[in-house]
Design a protein around this ligand. Structure first.
Ligand code: ADP
Length: 154
């Protein structure tokens, strides 16, 4: 059986914190599907197609990584894609409390899928898409916080 992990998130935008989680997890799985969850009623900040494009360009050399979007429940997406793991990153105790509840509920909904957490590298702890977006919105330089090659023009 192949070990397939889904790394779900909004990735609005994808940051070096997210990239680091994927880079570190790559040898743990046969395939990682980076899945951008979206809600047709809430569009997010950066266009969905751009978010997909940026993540694809970040990992274009990596054949184990797929990038896609989904709507609805993460567990349904996992089921449809035969994923047996959900990958998430943990920065703080606040992340932990939030992630714990979601992971335990997901386990109830789809017992065959385990959530795997990687602790963030210390230098990435303060990086969040929300703060990166705010810096960008106000004209600040975000190049240190997103993977090389991502040119954030909406
Ligand atoms: P969501 O909207 O589901 O919270 P995000 O795109 O904000 O999605 O994050 C996706 C995952 O990446 C989450 O598990 C989050 O905790 C993790 N993550 C976000 N920023 C970092 C970071 N700087 N370092 C490590 N993990 C992170």
């Amino acid at each position: 059986m192949k070990n397939i992990a889904v790394f779900p998130g909004s990735f609005d935008p994808f940051t070096i914190g997210h990239k680091s989680i994927v880079d570190r997890a790559i040898n743990m799985f046969d395939e990682i599907i980076i899945a951008i969850g979206y809600n047709s009623e809430k569009s997010g900040f950066f266009p969905l197609e751009k978010r997909v494009e940026w993540i694809k360009s970040t990992f274009e050399e990596q054949r184990k990584i797929k990038v896609t979007t989904y709507q609805g429940l993460t567990v349904d997406f996992c089921n449809e894609n035969n994923a047996n793991y959900i990958l998430r990153g943990l920065r703080t105790s606040e992340d932990f409390e939030y992630e714990r509840a979601i992971a335990q509920m997901n386990k109830k909904l789809l017992p065959t899928t385990e959530t795997v957490f990687l602790l963030t590298s210390p230098e990435h702890t303060p990086i969040s898409s929300t703060i990166v977006r705010e810096i960008y919105r106000h004209g600040g330089d975000i190049s240190d916080f997103v993977p090389d090659g991502i040119v954030l023009n909406k």
